[in-house]
Design a protein around this ligand. Structure first.
Ligand SMILES: Cc1cc2nc3c(=O)[nH]c(=O)nc-3n(C[C@H](O)[C@H](O)[C@H](O)COP(=O)(O)OP(=O)(O)OC[C@H]3O[C@@H](n4cnc5c(N)ncnc54)[C@H](O)[C@@H]3O)c2cc1C
Length: 304
């Protein structure tokens, strides 16, 4: 087997684990317009100064943003000295299509894939290939690993995937994704750390040993966060919801409360030895920047 050169090997996210410091990552979505592209690259440039362990770029299920994801992730990889990860969903794709995407990413120097099933549209017959040839993320993990030696991550759900009938069944699915070769897990966003600890403890008892990165979404806007939680099945604690709702016409106060809540979550997660923090930035830098700057003291206390 060909040995991977050191410069591309170091782009693998699994080379960042095990330093004693939790890894920190930022997620972006591909821009739809030239204006939003300019804003995205400005945001990435600002957040890059925080030296993230890696950055990731989302993928539109069914392939709607396929070209954009590939272009953005490769641009980040080549322009910035950082590890980059492409999200990839299998719903609606044939094996051949997935293989073409993976070959292109590999040839472009990308070494990390977040393997996801994705959500089918309400009417899957609208997708050219219907539901596609792979049914689950576990099958995609296996497919990705068989194509190239990618470092593969998968999604985990502290509050259970909204379509899954039970916590146990969701953990079985997570275990099978890890057994197929996933190197680490990134969780869905959550606002109550107790949900994360319960999930992590249960995963460890189930024999899932890979790092589990906590998904953090700083609240920026009341209507927007309510829409996200309704889609992904996370809950906002009642007291927090009441506070932001009472201030919904004062965006600066909502942002301040969102930053404060996320910062408290992150400090506690670091104390409780979370393997990492993954920020859903929504292509905005301010909240993530404020939180990460405040966390520097907490990281310093770890002996950095
Ligand atoms: C960190 C993160 C990033 C994400 N990025 C994106 C993105 O870029 N683009 C996007 O479109 N979506 C993204 N999503 C959302 C994700 O695509 C959806 O949550 C999707 O519904 C499930 O994807 P999955 O990879 O978790 O699927 P899977 O792991 O396949 O599981 C989905 C559900 O099906 C159940 N299940 C799986 N296999 C079986 C089985 N054999 N029998 C019974 N039940 C089973 C699971 O328990 C789970 O409830 C992201 C989610 C997270 C947490």
């Amino acid at each position: 087997m060909k040995t991977e050169p050191a410069y591309t090997r170091s782009r693998r996210i699994d080379t960042a684990f095990g330093t004693g410091r939790p890894i920190v990552s930022f997620e972006f979505f591909p821009p739809k317009t030239q204006e939003s592209a300019a804003q995205l690259y400005e945001t990435i440039g600002e957040l890059h100064s925080l030296r993230p362990s890696y950055v990731s770029v989302t993928y539109g299920a069914g392939g709607s943003t396929r070209r954009h994801t590939i272009d953005v992730v490769q641009k980040i990889q080549s322009a910035l000295d950082t590890r980059a990860m492409a999200h990839l969903t299998c719903v609606g794709h044939t094996r051949d299509e997935l293989a073409t995407i993976l070959d292109e990413l590999w040839a472009g120097g990308i070494r990390n894939i977040l393997a996801l099933r994705g959500d089918p549209p309400a009417d899957p017959s609208l997708l050219p290939n219907g539901m596609g040839e792979l049914a689950t993320a576990a099958e995609l993990v296996q497919f990705v690993s068989s194509r190239h030696e990618f470092c593969v991550a998968v999604a985990g759900y502290p509050e259970v995937h909204p379509k899954c009938p039970s916590f146990d069944q969701d953990l079985d699915n997570l275990k099978s994704k890890v057994d197929q070769g996933a190197s680490f897990i990134i969780t869905q966003l959550f606002f109550d750390n107790a949900d994360f600890y319960r999930f992590r403890d249960a995963a460890r008892r189930r024999g899932i040993k890979v790092p589990i990165i906590a998904g953090i979404m700083p609240i920026l806007n009341v209507a927007q966060i309510k829409k996200f939680v309704s889609m992904c099945g996370a809950k906002i604690p009642a007291a927090l919801l009441e506070r932001i709702e009472s201030l919904h016409s004062d965006p600066q106060s909502v942002l301040a409360i969102g930053v404060d809540h996320a910062l408290t979550q992150c400090r506690e997660l670091i104390k409780q030895t979370a393997d990492g923090l993954h920020f859903y930035t929504l292509n905005r830098s301010k909240a993530t920047m404020l939180i990460c700057l405040e966390l520097e003291d907490t990281f310093a206390a770890l002996g950095e």
